[in-house]
Design a protein around this ligand. Sequence first.
Ligand code: LLP
Length: 382
Amino acid sequence: MINKDKIKKFRDLRTPFYYYDLEVLNNTLSTLRKESEKHGYIVHYAVKSNANPRILQIISSYGFGADCVSWNEIDAALKAGFDPSRIVFAGVGKSDLEISNALKAGIFCFNCESIPEIEVIDDLAQSLGTIARIALRINPLVEAHTHKYITTGIEESKFGIHTWELDNVMNRLTELKNTELIGMHFHIGSQITKLSVFQSLCTHINELNEWFSSRGRELKIINVGGGLGIDYENPETYPMFSEYINLLHEFLDLKAGQELHMEPGRAVTGQCGSLISKVLYVKNGSNTLFAIIDAGMTDLIRPALYQAHHKIENLTSRGDLYRYDVVGPICESSDTFAKFIELPETKRGDIVAIRSAGAYGEVMASRYNLRELPAAVFSDEV
Ligand code: LLP
């Protein structure tokens, strides 16, 4: 909760900044740990959703692993205390240098997306005199029913290996001596709110699990990726970890000794963060009032890029309700956070909070228009 005392203190800070509520983060992490431990499932936090060093340290203190998509993310995870033996490395375009660095760091597993990539990993592992553990990221053709930019498991996606290619992959793997296949990996999209989507994923995974067994390959790791959504309308709510994990438990037919791994990102960090901004001007449009705030798409790009909805609150006004378009200062028409939303009468100097911005917020900030990057403020600092 952002209480009155905090709001008073926000007035003295340079805006915009990300405000992280550590109580929310810790509650989220304890629930996730409790629910995952019930079934012995292994969590790799998706670092891409928020790589703020303090957030990473807190998450690593819960004993979770990390899901990384670049060497820099691996490096940040290691510095924050994540154990290399719990780090997985995904991505369609891992560079040679990134692969070598990850091999030297002794990470747990490469989630591989193509035969050429596996060949390069094998080559580099050989030259370093080591064996690379890999999982195949398989495209299971499950529609995630989310925004098309964050849908990753359909026919046209660049991600993963198609099932019709698996025979070729398996044949090639028998020739590669420095690669050990340990698992299958999936990730069908992000901000998935229909849990039935994960049930379809389970059905596909069960079929593939049979396919591998019928070829005498028992894979130890089944990694279901991330994707669990959050409620952007209700920022005070927590993700449905218990329902999600129970569903996996009910519908996935794990074989004896198989481990279930998962990679939540947004569900871990989304609700603990708000982007705090000051109103610069209120101006008349032809059919609307523009509330121009000092945060822009450079600070939070989700509304501009995915037409994403984030709840906006005016923390300092209790006036009558009016409708506003809330926009930023960037020279782009897409620099709009919300259109025609009701807010209490808003004026210059008011403080607004753009909620549920902890995931894919700070980490996607840019310096377009040569703006400063937003700062991060934690609830125990103000
Ligand atoms: N694992 C893999 C392989 C992924 O590609 C992703 C996210 C995750 C796990 C974590 O997914 P999550 O639990 O956060 O849904 N920038 C977009 C989201 C991009 C997600 C990319 N991959 C947004 O702001 O909505």
